[in-house]
Structures are given as structure tokens and as C-alpha cells.
Design a protein around this ligand. Structure first.
Ligand code: XMP
Length: 533
């Protein structure tokens, strides 16, 4: 076993994002709005790299990052509340364009000497604004625009140098501007779809006001990242645990392009994967993409450790621990590595750093692969630390990954173990794999696979009575689950066409031995969860 693998208990020495500074960056200061990440995404969709920063960032530090523009996000607080978040007032002294959105506008107005009126001025939902000044943010737009409001406070008196550029029924200042100093405010949310011209307003801010070029694309990201990875890694070797999911697959291909043979991928077949998945990963990445990939069949070890276990949390713990044991053993045989690559995404980073992260940060912890980095003393390489999921998919497209891999539904680390209710056996897994494959096949055939966030079959723990020919049967029950969701944090059951569900159910009862009943799960999350265990 290598020295590094033996260093169990050691914390990783560093977390590295090899991306150099993109040439153009917009800083978004987060005051806790549910829409902050959406602002970041909209800006990036316009081809400008954006980053979310905490409100306590100082003007000095911000200036050193050299942002092309600054956006102050909305937030749930009132500027009148003594604990409401503020930002360093010197930020308004920087020679950088600033756009305040909702709370961000009120904060800017108050800091620069205006007056903000409290609670009874609230406006929520759809409304329209009258544009007074069609230069600046409203360039090229109509006089009357539909917008989405969600605010308690409003600006009553403009700060010196500003003028109102739009009004709404509830806000004499629905938008404000001080074009000389390039300070702008919107009382409503341009980042949400309910403000149809919102993207145009953001584009006006970026390109007409801040003079951005908008050349940040996934192709440029890949190019910069490949160069950064080469420089960071040098002559060392990198280890990458592949799961078959989108993030680790794209990660492996990106690293492969950057460092080729100095990347070693490891794929552990825990015996809890979907039908054909293990061989598909081997085929796709070893045969087709020629990755340096070690596939380890550890299904016996996992199933032995899970024998007789009922509790979902114990299942997760056992799977996590077994994974680490198998992985460490395998890595020990593969030589020395300096780095471990992980597919950490931006929302995880933002949530875990944000003062307003809320419950999401807590819920996610149990979803990470069993504490791997903490156990093994590698430096971590996380090239996607600043990307959203859809951007990772675009990187995958750039790298030529198959569509099937890029658009695969999320799959939990503990796999089918949390979809067999109660103790897991090979027999139950076989049955579930068949049922799941039929359901997915029907969804693909009906063109519904890409319409849902996740779809899968679950094998329930009891049996049900049925009739087949002249005989009564007593056999397994399969639940079908399909949900729509934006990020997995909340979800609704998918209103699949009855015919599609009916066809899947019929085929499962006819084709899968040991099933005589199929039910469709119509629980939303909350109060349910997406998985059954
Ligand atoms: P729940 O069931 O909590 O799932 O609504 C939300 C999302 O997380 C996935 N999930 C997991 N992913 N390890 C994972 O890697 C886990 O233990 C785990 N449990 C749930 C689930 O499939 C859904 O996408």
C-alpha cells in the first residue's frame, strides 16, 4: 500500500481549482435571495463569468479581483432590521458599474443617502412598470414592461445624483440610475422568467454599461482548465473515482484530455448498480474513450456486508465504509498518487459557504460519498467548483461524451440498496433491475425520459395476492417513481401519461418473474423524499 493511502485520518492538504482567473468576471454579492444562483447563471448564459461572494467581502479584496461589474442580490431582510446584511460602503466608491436588485437596490439607496420606506409598501408577484428613461438598462425595450416584484421595502427618496427610470403602481421608484457613476437599481427581479425582458436588461448592464465582451464559453473554460490542470499536476499522478454519473464522467474525460496517462480512474462495481451499468461504464470509458480505468467487481463484499440490514441509514453507512475499504485497497495496488479529483459543483460550494445556506447545506451532507477525501490524505482537485450542473453537461458535450451519459438521471451513491426496501439480496436486486430497465425503456420510447428529473422502480418489502391464469399468486410489489424537480431539493410527482405508466406496469408484471402488482408513487417532496429509503 502506498504511503499516501496509509495516511488515513489525515485531512486533505489543499483544495485546488486549477482554473486561472477568467479575463472578465462579474461579482455578485449575496444577500440571501433564493434567486442569487439564478443571477449567476443568467450572467454566465450571457457569456460572462460570474461568482457569488459573501456580503462581508471588503472593497479592497473585491478591487483586487478586478470585476467588470458588481451586482448586489436581493434578500429576504428589510434594510430597517438591525441585523440585516450590509456591504462595505467603499464598494460604491470603486470605479466599477454596480447594479442593485431588490434588497440590493434598497441597500444602495440607503447607503448613498436616499430614504427607504418599510414594510407596508410590499408588492409581490406580477406587475408592470412604466419606463421613464429608455437609455441604460431599458435600452431597446418598450415603455411598459411586465416584471416580477417581491419586496417589502421601497425607495421613497432617491440618493443624490440618481433619477427614477421606471415606476410601478406600488413603487414610485421601480428602477433608478446614476449614469455618470454607473450605479443602477431595479426594484424587481430581472433574473426570473416572470420578467420576460429581464435578460435584455442584464445584457444592457453587462455590454452597454459595463463594456463586457461576453467571451466566456464552455469551450474557453475547457481550454483554460486543461492548461491549468497541466500546470498544477506537473509530473504527478491523479486518482479519480468514477461512478458512471455525469459529474465524475465529465471530470474523468477533462482530466484525460489534460494529463492523459497520469490519470488513473477507478470504478467500483458495488453490485447495487442498474441493469448493464457496470459493463456500460467499462465499454464507454475504457474501450471508447481509452481512459486509464480500473474496474473492480466488489459486489460480493458489499452484499455480504449488507446481509440482513433493514435500516436505510445503516445501509448507507455500510456502503460508505465498504467503498472506502475497497477503494483504499485498490489504490494501494495502483501506486503513488498526489491528487484525488472530485466533481464538486458550485451550488455545493455556495451553500456550504453561505451564511444563508439554510437547511439545504445540512440535507446534502449524507449524500456525499462516505467521507472519502477526509480519510485519504490526497490533495483535492475540483475543476467544477465554479460550475453549475448544466455547465458541466456542456463541458461534457465539448469533450464528446455520449448524450446518454450527459443526460443520465441522478443516481444515489448507495444505488439500488435504497430502492430495495428492507434487506438486500441478489434475487431482489435482479428483480428490481429488470423492472427498472423496463420502466426506463418505456419512458425512453415515449420520449419522456428527458422530461423528468428522475425515474426508477422500487421493490417493496411485502408481497401481494394476484391471479395468473387460473392460479392465485403471492408475489412482489414494485412501485414506480418519477419526479420533476429543479435541483432535487424539492420535487413533484411526474404527471406521466396514463398509457405510458400502464404499458410499463403491464410489461413489468408480464416480463419480470416474481412481480404481480405495480403501483405509481404520487408523493411530492416534501413531505416525501425522492428515494424511498
Ligand atoms: P431524497 O431521497 O433525499 O433525494 O429526496 C434527493 C436526491 O439525492 C439523491 N440521493 C442520494 N445521493 N447518496 C447520493 O449520492 C445518497 O445516499 C442519496 N440519497 C438520495 C436522490 O437520488 C435524489 O437525486
Amino acid at each position: 500500500m502506498s504511503k499516501r493511502t496509509r495516511a488515513s485520518g489525515e485531512r486533505p492538504a489543499a483544495r485546488i481549482d486549477p482554473l486561472g482567473e477568467p479575463s472578465e468576471m462579474v461579482a455578485i454579492i449575496d444577500f440571501g435571495s433564493q434567486y442569487t444562483q439564478l443571477i449567476a447563471r443568467r450572467i454566465r448564459e450571457l457569456g460572462v463569468y460570474s461568482e457569488i461572494l459573501m456580503p462581508d467581502v471588503s472593497a479592497n479584496i473585491l478591487a483586487r479581483r478586478g470585476p467588470a461589474a458588481i451586482i448586489l442580490s436581493g434578500g429576504p431582510a428589510s434594510v430597517h432590521h438591525p441585523d440585516s446584511p450590509t456591504c462595505d460602503p467603499d464598494i460604491f466608491e470603486l470605479d466599477v458599474p454596480v447594479l442593485g436588485i431588490c434588497y440590493g437596490m434598497q441597500l444602495m439607496a440607503r447607503t448613498l443617502g436616499g430614504r427607504v420606506l418599510g414594510a407596508d409598501a410590499a408588492e409581490y408577484g406580477h406587475t408592470s412598470i412604466e419606463v421613464r428613461d429608455r437609455s441604460g438598462l431599458f435600452h431597446g425595450l418598450a415603455d411598459r414592461l411586465a416584471v416580477w416584484m417581491s419586496h417589502g421595502d421601497r425607495v421613497e427618496e432617491l440618493p443624490p445624483g440618481f433619477r427614477a427610470t421606471a415606476t410601478s403602481p406600488g413603487s414610485p421608484v421601480a428602477a433608478m440610475a446614476d449614469p455618470d457613476r454607473r450605479r443602477y437599481g431595479l426594484q424587481f427581479h430581472p433574473e426570473v422568467v416572470h420578467t420576460p425582458d429581464g435578460t435584455e436588461m442584464l445584457a444592457n448592464f453587462l455590454f452597454r454599461i459595463a463594456g463586457c465582451r461576453g467571451d466566456w464559453t464552455m469551450a474557453s473554460f475547457v481550454e483554460a482548465e486543461v492548461a491549468g490542470l497541466r500546470e498544477t499536476v506537473g509530473d504527478d499522478r491523479v486518482l479519480c473515482a468514477m461512478s458512471g454519473g455525469v459529474d465524475s464522467s465529465v471530470l474523468a474525460c477533462l482530466l484525460d484530455r489534460a494529463i492523459g496517462d497520469r490519470l488513473q480512474c477507478v470504478f467500483v462495481d458495488n453490485g447495487l448498480l442498474r441493469k448493464g451499468e457496470a459493463s456500460e461504464v467499462a465499454d464507454t470509458f475504457r474501450e471508447h474513450h481509452k481512459l486509464n480505468l480500473e474496474c473492480i467487481d466488489a459486489s460480493d463484499e458489499f452484499l455480504r456486508a449488507l446481509r440482513g440490514v433493514h435500516s436505510p441509514e445503516r445501509k448507507r453507512r455500510i456502503i460508505g465504509e465498504t467503498f472506502i475499504r475497497v477503494f483504499e485497497r485498490a489504490v494501494g495496488e495502483l501506486g503513488e498518487f498526489k491528487y484525488l479529483a472530485q466533481g464538486t459543483l458550485y451550488p455545493d460550494v455556495v451553500e456550504s459557504h453561505s451564511a444563508f445556506g439554510g437547511p439545504s447545506a445540512v440535507i446534502k451532507t449524507h449524500h456525499n460519498v462516505g467521507g472519502l477525501p477526509e480519510r485519504i490524505g490526497f490533495d483535492l482537485i475540483e475543476p467544477f467548483r465554479h460550475l453549475f450542473k448544466d455547465e458541466v453537461r456542456k463541458v461534457g458535450e465539448e469533450l464528446g461524451l455520449p448524450r446518454r451519459v450527459i443526460w443520465r438521471h441522478p443516481f444515489p451513491g448507495p444505488g439500488l440498496a435504497v430502492r430495495v426496501i428492507g434487506p438486500v439480496t441478489r434475487k431482489k436486486l435482479r428483480l428490481l433491475r429488470e423492472a427498472d430497465a423496463v420502466f426506463i425503456d418505456e419512458l425512453r420510447q415515449a420520449g419522456l425520459y428527458d422530461e423528468v428529473w428522475q425515474a426508477f422502480a422500487v421493490l417493496l418489502s411485502g408481497k401481494a395476492v394476484g391471479v395468473m391464469g387460473d392460479e392465485r399468486t403471492y408475489a412482489g410489489v414494485v412501485a414506480l417513481r418519477a419526479v420533476t424537480s429543479r435541483d432535487g431539493m424539492t420535487a413533484d410527482w411526474a404527471r406521466l401519461p396514463h398509457e405510458a405508466v400502464g404499458r410499463a406496469a403491464n410489461r413489468i408484471m408480464n416480463e419480470v418473474d416474481g412481480v404481480n402488482r405495480v403501483v405509481y408513487d404520487i408523493s411530492s417532496k416534501p413531505p416525501g423524499t425522492i428515494e424511498w429509503e
